[in-house]
Design a protein around this ligand. Structure first.
Ligand code: HEM
Length: 401
Protein backbone atom coordinates (compact mmCIF):
# COMPACT_ATOMS: atom_id res chain seq x y z
CA UNK A 1 0.00 0.00 0.00
CA UNK A 2 1.20 3.53 -0.79
CA UNK A 3 2.94 5.07 2.26
CA UNK A 4 0.87 8.25 2.28
CA UNK A 5 -2.37 6.25 2.33
CA UNK A 6 -1.19 3.90 5.08
CA UNK A 7 -0.14 6.83 7.28
CA UNK A 8 -3.29 8.90 6.74
CA UNK A 9 -6.34 7.39 8.49
CA UNK A 10 -8.70 9.50 6.39
CA UNK A 11 -7.29 8.15 3.10
CA UNK A 12 -7.33 4.68 4.63
CA UNK A 13 -11.11 5.00 5.02
CA UNK A 14 -11.43 4.98 1.21
CA UNK A 15 -9.56 1.69 0.83
CA UNK A 16 -11.00 -1.84 1.04
CA UNK A 17 -9.60 -2.24 4.57
CA UNK A 18 -11.18 1.04 5.67
CA UNK A 19 -14.56 0.07 4.32
CA UNK A 20 -14.41 -3.31 6.04
CA UNK A 21 -13.60 -1.74 9.41
CA UNK A 22 -14.09 2.04 9.36
CA UNK A 23 -14.20 2.05 13.16
CA UNK A 24 -10.47 1.28 13.37
CA UNK A 25 -9.77 4.29 11.10
CA UNK A 26 -12.04 6.50 13.23
CA UNK A 27 -10.09 5.45 16.36
CA UNK A 28 -6.85 6.56 14.73
CA UNK A 29 -8.40 9.80 13.50
CA UNK A 30 -9.82 10.53 16.96
CA UNK A 31 -6.35 10.18 18.43
CA UNK A 32 -5.50 13.30 16.39
CA UNK A 33 -8.31 15.26 18.14
CA UNK A 34 -11.98 15.87 17.27
CA UNK A 35 -10.95 17.76 14.12
CA UNK A 36 -8.08 16.76 11.87
CA UNK A 37 -6.82 17.53 8.38
CA UNK A 38 -6.03 14.77 5.93
CA UNK A 39 -2.92 14.83 3.73
CA UNK A 40 -5.27 15.70 0.84
CA UNK A 41 -6.41 18.85 2.68
CA UNK A 42 -9.90 17.62 3.64
CA UNK A 43 -11.10 18.30 7.18
CA UNK A 44 -12.41 15.31 9.11
CA UNK A 45 -14.64 15.82 12.17
CA UNK A 46 -14.86 12.78 14.46
CA UNK A 47 -15.90 14.11 17.89
CA UNK A 48 -19.58 13.62 18.74
CA UNK A 49 -20.07 17.09 20.22
CA UNK A 50 -18.13 18.84 17.47
CA UNK A 51 -20.01 16.98 14.70
CA UNK A 52 -23.32 18.01 16.27
CA UNK A 53 -22.14 21.62 16.47
CA UNK A 54 -21.05 21.71 12.81
CA UNK A 55 -24.38 20.23 11.65
CA UNK A 56 -26.34 22.87 13.61
CA UNK A 57 -24.08 25.85 12.78
CA UNK A 58 -25.34 28.17 10.01
CA UNK A 59 -21.72 28.98 9.09
CA UNK A 60 -21.56 25.55 7.46
CA UNK A 61 -23.74 24.79 4.46
CA UNK A 62 -24.30 21.97 2.01
CA UNK A 63 -23.58 24.21 -1.01
CA UNK A 64 -20.34 25.63 -2.30
CA UNK A 65 -22.03 28.04 -4.68
CA UNK A 66 -25.21 30.11 -5.09
CA UNK A 67 -28.65 28.59 -5.74
CA UNK A 68 -31.01 29.98 -8.40
CA UNK A 69 -34.62 28.83 -8.55
CA UNK A 70 -35.96 28.62 -12.11
CA UNK A 71 -39.72 28.34 -12.57
CA UNK A 72 -39.56 28.56 -16.37
CA UNK A 73 -38.06 25.09 -16.89
CA UNK A 74 -40.37 22.31 -18.14
CA UNK A 75 -41.34 19.42 -15.88
CA UNK A 76 -38.66 17.19 -17.41
CA UNK A 77 -35.22 15.71 -16.82
CA UNK A 78 -32.31 18.10 -17.29
CA UNK A 79 -28.82 16.68 -18.01
CA UNK A 80 -26.75 16.97 -14.85
CA UNK A 81 -29.80 16.66 -12.60
CA UNK A 82 -28.26 13.57 -10.98
CA UNK A 83 -25.96 15.83 -8.92
CA UNK A 84 -28.97 17.65 -7.44
CA UNK A 85 -30.03 15.99 -4.19
CA UNK A 86 -32.95 18.30 -3.44
CA UNK A 87 -33.07 19.07 0.31
CA UNK A 88 -29.57 17.70 0.72
CA UNK A 89 -28.30 20.24 -1.85
CA UNK A 90 -30.22 23.26 -0.51
CA UNK A 91 -29.35 25.77 2.21
CA UNK A 92 -31.77 28.19 3.92
CA UNK A 93 -34.10 29.81 2.93
CA UNK A 94 -34.91 27.55 -0.08
CA UNK A 95 -34.21 24.45 2.02
CA UNK A 96 -36.96 25.29 4.53
CA UNK A 97 -39.49 26.09 1.78
CA UNK A 98 -39.04 22.73 0.04
CA UNK A 99 -38.75 20.76 3.31
CA UNK A 100 -42.11 22.10 4.53
CA UNK A 101 -43.79 20.62 1.44
CA UNK A 102 -42.48 17.10 2.09
CA UNK A 103 -42.78 17.13 5.90
CA UNK A 104 -46.53 16.27 6.25
CA UNK A 105 -45.84 12.78 4.82
CA UNK A 106 -43.77 11.97 7.93
CA UNK A 107 -46.12 13.33 10.64
CA UNK A 108 -47.09 11.14 13.66
CA UNK A 109 -50.61 10.86 12.18
CA UNK A 110 -49.20 9.44 8.95
CA UNK A 111 -46.93 7.04 10.88
CA UNK A 112 -49.98 5.61 12.68
CA UNK A 113 -51.65 5.18 9.29
CA UNK A 114 -48.64 3.36 7.74
CA UNK A 115 -48.12 0.95 10.69
CA UNK A 116 -50.61 -1.83 9.83
CA UNK A 117 -49.40 -1.98 6.21
CA UNK A 118 -45.73 -2.20 7.28
CA UNK A 119 -46.58 -4.94 9.80
CA UNK A 120 -48.35 -6.97 7.11
CA UNK A 121 -45.55 -6.60 4.52
CA UNK A 122 -42.89 -7.51 7.12
CA UNK A 123 -44.78 -10.68 8.18
CA UNK A 124 -45.33 -11.74 4.57
CA UNK A 125 -41.70 -11.18 3.52
CA UNK A 126 -40.30 -13.05 6.53
CA UNK A 127 -42.73 -15.99 6.23
CA UNK A 128 -42.16 -16.35 2.50
CA UNK A 129 -38.36 -16.20 2.84
CA UNK A 130 -38.24 -18.66 5.75
CA UNK A 131 -40.53 -21.20 4.05
CA UNK A 132 -37.64 -22.29 1.82
CA UNK A 133 -35.05 -22.71 4.60
CA UNK A 134 -31.73 -20.92 4.06
CA UNK A 135 -32.13 -17.41 2.57
CA UNK A 136 -30.34 -14.10 2.05
CA UNK A 137 -31.91 -11.65 4.50
CA UNK A 138 -30.79 -8.66 2.41
CA UNK A 139 -32.35 -9.74 -0.89
CA UNK A 140 -35.47 -11.34 0.56
CA UNK A 141 -36.48 -8.97 3.39
CA UNK A 142 -34.20 -6.01 4.20
CA UNK A 143 -34.29 -4.50 0.67
CA UNK A 144 -37.87 -5.22 -0.47
CA UNK A 145 -39.47 -3.96 2.78
CA UNK A 146 -38.45 -0.26 2.60
CA UNK A 147 -38.90 -0.23 -1.19
CA UNK A 148 -42.50 -1.41 -0.81
CA UNK A 149 -43.13 1.13 1.96
CA UNK A 150 -41.75 4.19 0.13
CA UNK A 151 -43.50 3.21 -3.11
CA UNK A 152 -46.81 3.07 -1.23
CA UNK A 153 -46.12 6.34 0.59
CA UNK A 154 -45.34 8.21 -2.61
CA UNK A 155 -48.30 6.64 -4.40
CA UNK A 156 -46.52 4.70 -7.14
CA UNK A 157 -49.10 2.46 -8.85
CA UNK A 158 -48.38 -1.30 -8.81
CA UNK A 159 -48.04 -1.47 -12.60
CA UNK A 160 -45.10 1.00 -12.44
CA UNK A 161 -43.41 -0.70 -9.45
CA UNK A 162 -41.00 -2.74 -11.63
CA UNK A 163 -39.43 0.18 -13.55
CA UNK A 164 -39.29 2.32 -10.39
CA UNK A 165 -37.44 -0.48 -8.61
CA UNK A 166 -35.01 -0.94 -11.48
CA UNK A 167 -34.10 2.73 -12.01
CA UNK A 168 -34.32 3.52 -8.29
CA UNK A 169 -31.70 0.86 -7.52
CA UNK A 170 -29.21 2.44 -9.95
CA UNK A 171 -29.86 5.99 -8.78
CA UNK A 172 -29.76 4.97 -5.10
CA UNK A 173 -26.13 3.88 -5.61
CA UNK A 174 -25.26 7.51 -6.34
CA UNK A 175 -26.11 8.52 -2.77
CA UNK A 176 -22.73 7.12 -1.88
CA UNK A 177 -19.89 9.56 -2.39
CA UNK A 178 -17.85 7.00 -4.34
CA UNK A 179 -20.03 5.32 -7.00
CA UNK A 180 -18.47 2.58 -9.12
CA UNK A 181 -17.65 3.26 -12.75
CA UNK A 182 -20.55 1.07 -13.86
CA UNK A 183 -23.00 2.98 -11.65
CA UNK A 184 -21.59 6.29 -12.91
CA UNK A 185 -22.25 5.30 -16.54
CA UNK A 186 -25.77 4.06 -15.86
CA UNK A 187 -26.66 7.03 -13.66
CA UNK A 188 -27.67 9.59 -16.34
CA UNK A 189 -30.07 7.29 -18.26
CA UNK A 190 -31.58 5.89 -15.03
CA UNK A 191 -32.12 9.38 -13.59
CA UNK A 192 -33.77 10.47 -16.83
CA UNK A 193 -36.07 7.41 -16.85
CA UNK A 194 -36.99 7.87 -13.20
CA UNK A 195 -37.75 11.58 -13.56
CA UNK A 196 -39.85 10.96 -16.69
CA UNK A 197 -41.93 8.45 -14.72
CA UNK A 198 -42.36 10.96 -11.88
CA UNK A 199 -43.26 13.77 -14.33
CA UNK A 200 -46.00 11.57 -15.86
CA UNK A 201 -47.40 10.65 -12.45
CA UNK A 202 -47.33 14.29 -11.26
CA UNK A 203 -49.30 15.35 -14.35
CA UNK A 204 -51.84 12.57 -13.74
CA UNK A 205 -52.24 13.50 -10.06
CA UNK A 206 -52.66 17.19 -10.93
CA UNK A 207 -55.70 16.15 -13.00
CA UNK A 208 -57.00 13.47 -10.57
CA UNK A 209 -55.62 14.00 -7.04
CA UNK A 210 -55.49 11.18 -4.47
CA UNK A 211 -54.33 10.98 -0.83
CA UNK A 212 -50.65 10.31 -1.57
CA UNK A 213 -47.49 12.44 -1.47
CA UNK A 214 -47.31 12.84 -5.26
CA UNK A 215 -50.82 14.34 -5.31
CA UNK A 216 -49.85 16.91 -2.70
CA UNK A 217 -46.62 17.79 -4.51
CA UNK A 218 -48.53 18.13 -7.80
CA UNK A 219 -50.75 20.73 -6.08
CA UNK A 220 -47.66 22.54 -4.70
CA UNK A 221 -46.22 22.68 -8.22
CA UNK A 222 -49.51 24.04 -9.59
CA UNK A 223 -49.43 26.79 -6.94
CA UNK A 224 -45.75 27.62 -7.73
CA UNK A 225 -44.63 26.75 -4.19
CA UNK A 226 -41.95 24.62 -5.80
CA UNK A 227 -40.27 24.76 -9.22
CA UNK A 228 -40.49 21.86 -11.73
CA UNK A 229 -36.82 20.96 -11.15
CA UNK A 230 -37.22 21.12 -7.37
CA UNK A 231 -40.22 18.79 -7.35
CA UNK A 232 -38.55 16.17 -9.57
CA UNK A 233 -35.38 16.18 -7.44
CA UNK A 234 -37.45 15.93 -4.27
CA UNK A 235 -39.38 12.89 -5.57
CA UNK A 236 -36.14 11.22 -6.63
CA UNK A 237 -34.44 11.87 -3.26
CA UNK A 238 -37.43 10.59 -1.28
CA UNK A 239 -37.39 7.43 -3.36
CA UNK A 240 -33.66 6.77 -3.05
CA UNK A 241 -33.59 7.66 0.66
CA UNK A 242 -36.31 5.07 1.08
CA UNK A 243 -34.35 2.53 -0.98
CA UNK A 244 -30.88 2.93 0.43
CA UNK A 245 -30.96 3.52 4.17
CA UNK A 246 -33.50 1.45 6.13
CA UNK A 247 -32.30 -1.66 4.29
CA UNK A 248 -28.98 -1.25 6.12
CA UNK A 249 -30.57 -0.50 9.49
CA UNK A 250 -32.22 -3.93 9.18
CA UNK A 251 -29.10 -5.69 7.80
CA UNK A 252 -26.53 -4.11 10.15
CA UNK A 253 -28.89 -4.68 13.09
CA UNK A 254 -29.62 -8.32 12.32
CA UNK A 255 -25.90 -9.02 11.89
CA UNK A 256 -25.08 -7.33 15.21
CA UNK A 257 -27.79 -9.38 16.97
CA UNK A 258 -26.68 -12.69 15.44
CA UNK A 259 -23.05 -11.90 16.34
CA UNK A 260 -24.08 -11.13 19.94
CA UNK A 261 -26.24 -14.13 20.95
CA UNK A 262 -26.90 -12.72 24.46
CA UNK A 263 -28.43 -9.58 22.94
CA UNK A 264 -30.46 -11.60 20.41
CA UNK A 265 -31.74 -13.80 23.27
CA UNK A 266 -32.71 -10.69 25.25
CA UNK A 267 -34.76 -9.34 22.35
CA UNK A 268 -36.47 -12.72 21.80
CA UNK A 269 -37.40 -12.84 25.48
CA UNK A 270 -38.73 -9.29 25.33
CA UNK A 271 -39.76 -8.15 21.82
CA UNK A 272 -40.81 -4.78 23.28
CA UNK A 273 -37.06 -3.98 23.23
CA UNK A 274 -37.24 -3.66 19.41
CA UNK A 275 -37.19 0.15 19.61
CA UNK A 276 -34.05 0.03 21.78
CA UNK A 277 -32.41 -2.30 19.24
CA UNK A 278 -33.03 0.31 16.54
CA UNK A 279 -31.37 3.09 18.56
CA UNK A 280 -28.39 0.93 19.52
CA UNK A 281 -27.78 -0.20 15.91
CA UNK A 282 -27.94 3.43 14.79
CA UNK A 283 -25.22 4.27 17.32
CA UNK A 284 -23.08 1.17 16.84
CA UNK A 285 -23.14 0.63 13.06
CA UNK A 286 -25.10 3.43 11.34
CA UNK A 287 -26.21 3.13 7.69
CA UNK A 288 -25.05 6.69 6.87
CA UNK A 289 -21.43 7.04 7.96
CA UNK A 290 -20.62 10.55 6.80
CA UNK A 291 -21.93 13.78 5.38
CA UNK A 292 -20.25 16.78 3.81
CA UNK A 293 -20.41 20.48 4.72
CA UNK A 294 -18.68 23.57 3.30
CA UNK A 295 -17.56 26.50 5.45
CA UNK A 296 -19.52 29.51 4.20
CA UNK A 297 -16.93 32.01 5.52
CA UNK A 298 -13.42 32.07 7.05
CA UNK A 299 -13.82 30.85 10.63
CA UNK A 300 -12.24 29.09 13.61
CA UNK A 301 -13.37 25.64 14.70
CA UNK A 302 -11.85 23.77 17.66
CA UNK A 303 -8.93 26.23 17.53
CA UNK A 304 -8.16 25.57 13.84
CA UNK A 305 -8.57 28.11 11.07
CA UNK A 306 -10.95 26.96 8.32
CA UNK A 307 -11.07 28.89 5.05
CA UNK A 308 -14.31 29.77 3.26
CA UNK A 309 -15.48 26.89 1.00
CA UNK A 310 -13.23 24.33 2.70
CA UNK A 311 -15.03 20.94 2.72
CA UNK A 312 -15.51 19.12 6.04
CA UNK A 313 -16.39 15.45 6.37
CA UNK A 314 -18.68 15.01 9.35
CA UNK A 315 -17.95 11.39 10.29
CA UNK A 316 -21.26 10.28 11.78
CA UNK A 317 -19.99 6.69 12.07
CA UNK A 318 -17.22 7.90 14.37
CA UNK A 319 -19.54 9.84 16.68
CA UNK A 320 -21.35 6.75 18.00
CA UNK A 321 -18.02 5.35 19.20
CA UNK A 322 -16.86 8.54 20.95
CA UNK A 323 -15.74 7.33 24.42
CA UNK A 324 -16.35 10.76 25.95
CA UNK A 325 -20.08 10.36 25.23
CA UNK A 326 -20.74 6.60 25.29
CA UNK A 327 -19.25 4.22 27.86
CA UNK A 328 -17.70 1.09 26.35
CA UNK A 329 -18.57 2.42 22.88
CA UNK A 330 -17.40 -0.69 20.99
CA UNK A 331 -19.84 -2.88 22.94
CA UNK A 332 -23.20 -3.64 21.28
CA UNK A 333 -25.65 -3.30 24.18
CA UNK A 334 -29.40 -2.98 23.57
CA UNK A 335 -30.03 -2.01 27.21
CA UNK A 336 -28.29 1.35 26.79
CA UNK A 337 -30.53 4.26 27.65
CA UNK A 338 -28.46 6.99 26.00
CA UNK A 339 -28.94 5.58 22.52
CA UNK A 340 -31.25 8.39 21.47
CA UNK A 341 -28.32 10.83 21.55
CA UNK A 342 -26.70 9.34 18.47
CA UNK A 343 -26.23 11.43 15.32
CA UNK A 344 -27.23 8.68 12.86
CA UNK A 345 -30.04 10.89 11.52
CA UNK A 346 -27.84 14.00 11.51
CA UNK A 347 -28.79 17.16 13.41
CA UNK A 348 -29.93 20.73 12.72
CA UNK A 349 -31.85 21.84 9.62
CA UNK A 350 -31.07 18.70 7.59
CA UNK A 351 -32.10 16.28 10.36
CA UNK A 352 -33.43 13.20 8.57
CA UNK A 353 -36.96 13.84 7.40
CA UNK A 354 -37.64 10.12 7.18
CA UNK A 355 -36.42 9.32 10.72
CA UNK A 356 -39.93 8.51 12.09
CA UNK A 357 -40.52 6.15 9.16
CA UNK A 358 -37.11 4.48 9.48
CA UNK A 359 -37.69 4.01 13.23
CA UNK A 360 -41.15 2.57 12.59
CA UNK A 361 -39.91 0.12 9.94
CA UNK A 362 -36.94 -0.90 12.10
CA UNK A 363 -39.04 -1.39 15.23
CA UNK A 364 -41.60 -3.50 13.34
CA UNK A 365 -38.89 -5.58 11.68
CA UNK A 366 -36.98 -6.42 14.89
CA UNK A 367 -40.19 -7.17 16.80
CA UNK A 368 -41.53 -9.40 14.00
CA UNK A 369 -38.30 -11.32 13.41
CA UNK A 370 -37.93 -11.98 17.16
CA UNK A 371 -41.45 -13.36 17.46
CA UNK A 372 -41.80 -15.22 14.13
CA UNK A 373 -38.25 -16.50 13.57
CA UNK A 374 -36.74 -16.84 17.06
CA UNK A 375 -34.39 -19.64 15.92
CA UNK A 376 -32.77 -17.50 13.20
CA UNK A 377 -29.01 -18.10 12.85
CA UNK A 378 -26.26 -17.18 10.40
CA UNK A 379 -25.82 -19.62 7.51
CA UNK A 380 -22.66 -18.32 5.88
CA UNK A 381 -20.32 -15.37 5.79
CA UNK A 382 -21.92 -11.94 5.46
CA UNK A 383 -20.54 -9.75 2.68
CA UNK A 384 -20.15 -5.99 3.10
CA UNK A 385 -20.87 -3.59 0.25
CA UNK A 386 -17.91 -1.63 -1.07
CA UNK A 387 -19.46 1.77 -0.38
CA UNK A 388 -18.15 4.36 2.06
CA UNK A 389 -20.88 6.89 2.86
CA UNK A 390 -23.56 4.23 3.05
CA UNK A 391 -22.52 1.24 5.17
CA UNK A 392 -24.34 -2.02 4.74
CA UNK A 393 -24.33 -5.62 3.66
CA UNK A 394 -24.57 -7.03 0.16
CA UNK A 395 -25.50 -10.48 1.55
CA UNK A 396 -26.49 -11.91 4.91
CA UNK A 397 -27.12 -15.66 4.61
CA UNK A 398 -29.38 -16.97 7.41
CA UNK A 399 -31.61 -19.94 8.17
CA UNK A 400 -34.72 -20.12 10.33
CA UNK A 401 -32.97 -22.54 12.75
C1 HEM B 1 -32.10 4.17 9.07
C2 HEM B 1 -32.46 4.86 8.04
C3 HEM B 1 -31.99 6.25 7.75
C4 HEM B 1 -30.83 6.89 8.11
C5 HEM B 1 -29.68 6.32 8.92
C6 HEM B 1 -30.89 8.22 7.55
C7 HEM B 1 -29.91 9.17 7.73
C8 HEM B 1 -29.99 10.48 7.31
C9 HEM B 1 -29.02 11.50 7.60
C10 HEM B 1 -27.73 11.31 8.37
C11 HEM B 1 -29.47 12.65 7.05
C12 HEM B 1 -28.80 14.03 7.14
C13 HEM B 1 -27.79 14.24 6.06
C14 HEM B 1 -27.05 15.54 6.21
O1 HEM B 1 -27.19 16.25 7.22
O2 HEM B 1 -26.29 15.87 5.29
C15 HEM B 1 -30.72 12.36 6.39
C16 HEM B 1 -31.46 13.27 5.69
C17 HEM B 1 -32.60 12.93 5.00
N1 HEM B 1 -33.26 11.72 5.02
FE1 HEM B 1 -32.72 10.08 6.02
N2 HEM B 1 -32.05 8.36 6.87
C18 HEM B 1 -32.77 7.20 6.97
C19 HEM B 1 -34.01 6.93 6.44
C20 HEM B 1 -34.71 7.79 5.65
C21 HEM B 1 -35.97 7.50 5.02
C22 HEM B 1 -36.74 6.18 5.16
C23 HEM B 1 -36.32 8.61 4.32
C24 HEM B 1 -37.53 8.88 3.49
C25 HEM B 1 -38.13 8.12 2.75
C26 HEM B 1 -35.29 9.60 4.51
C27 HEM B 1 -35.29 10.85 3.94
C28 HEM B 1 -34.36 11.82 4.20
C29 HEM B 1 -34.41 13.15 3.61
C30 HEM B 1 -35.46 13.66 2.64
C31 HEM B 1 -33.30 13.84 4.12
C32 HEM B 1 -32.90 15.29 3.82
C33 HEM B 1 -33.42 16.19 4.90
C34 HEM B 1 -32.96 17.62 4.71
O3 HEM B 1 -31.95 17.87 4.06
O4 HEM B 1 -33.68 18.50 5.19
N3 HEM B 1 -34.33 9.06 5.32
N4 HEM B 1 -31.02 11.02 6.58
Amino acid sequence: MHGRVRDDPFSLLMTGAGRRDPYACYRRLRAQGPLSRSTSGVWAVTGHRLCGRVLRDRRFGVRNGPYVRDDSEPLAYRPGAEADFSLLSLDPPDHGRVRRLAAPAFSPKMMARYRPGIERITRELLDRAAARGRFDLMAKVAAPLPIAVISELLGIPDEHAGPFREYGAVVAGSLDGVPSLRTARALGPATRALEELFADLLRQRAARPGQDVLSRLAADLGAARVSPREVLSLCRVLLIAGFETTVNLIGNGMLALLDHPDQWAMLRANPDMAGQVVEEVLRYDPPVQATLRYAQEDLYLAGRRIAAWDPLYVLIGATGRDPSVFTGPDRFDITRTRGADHLAFGSGPHYCLGAPLARLEGEIFFRTVATRLPGLVRAGEPEHRSTMTVRGLARLPVRPG
